[in-house]
Design a protein. Structure first.
Ligand code: SAH
Length: 245
């Protein structure tokens, strides 16, 4: 039997946002490796299947990436149907690309299955259209956190005019605000900070670029959260003010 691993997106949390293909992969799985950001409720599609949690949350006890790679390889070589289940989409800040390359380099075939990424779900659940005719002609997804501390071209992001969706930004709010302000973005640019998007405990905090750090503190914003920065994140009142400015 040829070795195969499914790299599957579990979506942002709401089990109803799982794709039919993800459900099929879970049905077929002999072993499922899940990240901490995956809502365990989705495991109802694979009752009785062996589930291994391989968490990687920042600051917490985490499973080394190399160990995860080897575990997937071992099960695949045993002829087991392996599902690697990741929060959101496997290839949006999810190491899906890295894991796929590592496995295919070792002769394992990989099938990637999309999931709804947190940025899309968070915006939609807060009634924010990420693109809007006449207001925003694009979306840029960025992570505020990098392993090598390399910095983003914030000026280009500030000047680009697209809606920004920022992942892993909770601990970096002051840097994000400062860099975008220095890059020329307006201080009253609307910001939505969305915690636990699509989950029953979802919370949203609306603010502006200049105030987002203070507002997030008062709100006690916690990870996982995404930030949506752009005119589309305006509340109806702000939108009217922006339009008349
Ligand atoms: N592959 C995932 C992203 C993993 S990176 C995806 O496509 O969604 C982890 C970051 O994603 C978190 O720090 C947070 O910024 C964001 N995130 C993941 N799930 C989230 C959720 N339910 N609500 C808000 N943000 C979330």
């Amino acid at each position: 039997m040829s070795a195969k691993v499914w790299l599957v997106g579990a979506g942002p949390g709401d089990p109803e946002l799982l794709t039919l293909k993800a459900v099929r992969a879970l049905h077929e799985a002999d072993v499922v490796l899940i990240d901490d950001l995956v809502n365990p409720a989705v495991l109802e599609h694979c009752p009785g299947t062996r589930v291994i949690t391989v968490g990687k949350r920042g600051g917490c006890r985490s499973t080394p990436q190399d160990f995860i790679h080897r575990l997937m390889l071992r099960y695949a070589r045993q002829g087991k149907c392996v599902v690697r289940l990741k929060g959101g989409d496997p290839c949006i800040f999810g190491r899906g690309g890295e894991e796929a390359t590592w496995l295919t380099d070792r002769g394992v075939s990989v099938e990637l299955v999309n999931g709804i990424t947190a940025g899309l779900a968070g915006a939609t659940n807060c009634d924010i259209p990420l693109t809007l005719r006449g207001i925003s002609r694009g979306v840029t997804l960025v992570t505020a956190h990098t392993q090598d501390d390399s910095s983003l071209n914030w000026r280009a992001l500030a000047e680009g005019g697209t809606t920004l969706v920022i992942y892993m930004g909770v601990a970096k709010l002051s840097e994000i605000a400062q860099q975008l302000l220095e890059g020329g973005m307006a201080s009253n640019m609307p910001v939505a900070m969305i915690e636990n998007a699509s989950m029953p405990q979802q919370r949203e905090c609306r603010s502006s670029l200049a105030c987002m750090q203070d507002d997030a503190k008062a709100f006690a914003l916690k990870s996982p959260a995404i930030l949506v920065i752009g005119a589309v994140a305006a509340t109806a009142v702000e939108a009217a003010l922006l339009a008349s400015a």
